[in-house]
Design a protein around this ligand. Sequence first.
Ligand code: ITT
Length: 192
Amino acid sequence: MEKSKSAYEKIVFVTGNAGKFAEIEEILASVGITAIQNKGDYPEIQADDLEPIAAASAKAAAEDLQIPVLVDDSGIFIKALNGFPGPYSRFVEDHLGNPRVLKLMENETNRDAYFKTVIAFCEPGKEPITFAGTVDGKIAHEERGDGGFGFDPIFDYNGKTFGELGIEFKNTISHRRRALDKFIEWVKTVSF
Ligand code: ITT
């Protein structure tokens, strides 16, 4: 079936996070999709994982705006802290920040951690669809680099932090890239 162009030439991405949007904009532009930022702040539900949080936010935004939307809910999961902060990453970044996370990790020899992104797509009147991506790394012993945002300066990927590697490289292997790749594959198969 012939696909309507508008659905994936332009898509509204609901986020108030400028760093996140910069990455999304670049990744979607590379496949010819223009992302339009909507800074709407929709209440987030509480849950143990990111899928239901992203799905509920996308549903709320799609019904409120009456257009198809994408949202991204992400977090960092630290093994020695049993996956904390995970879905509470925003709260931890706002109230503790990277230095306090490093302090929590001071005596931990297991530095394993992963970032996870769940991209949720929702059309008004329909159920949301989610796409997840993860990337493994380690919690560094100190903040390094000023690229990226959020936890990037303490997330070590093969010897360099995402802060040192910068957004261009990060965008080739990140949790967000992997989740968006799944969305991009899916969107090619549907028509609106
Ligand atoms: P929106 O909900 O408006 O999109 P947010 O900043 O609340 O923005 P999240 O809940 O998805 O977004 O993010 C949780 C926290 O994890 C937040 O503090 C982010 O800055 C941080 N974070 C998300 N993705 C990240 C990434 O790729 N690198 C570093 N930190 C990240």
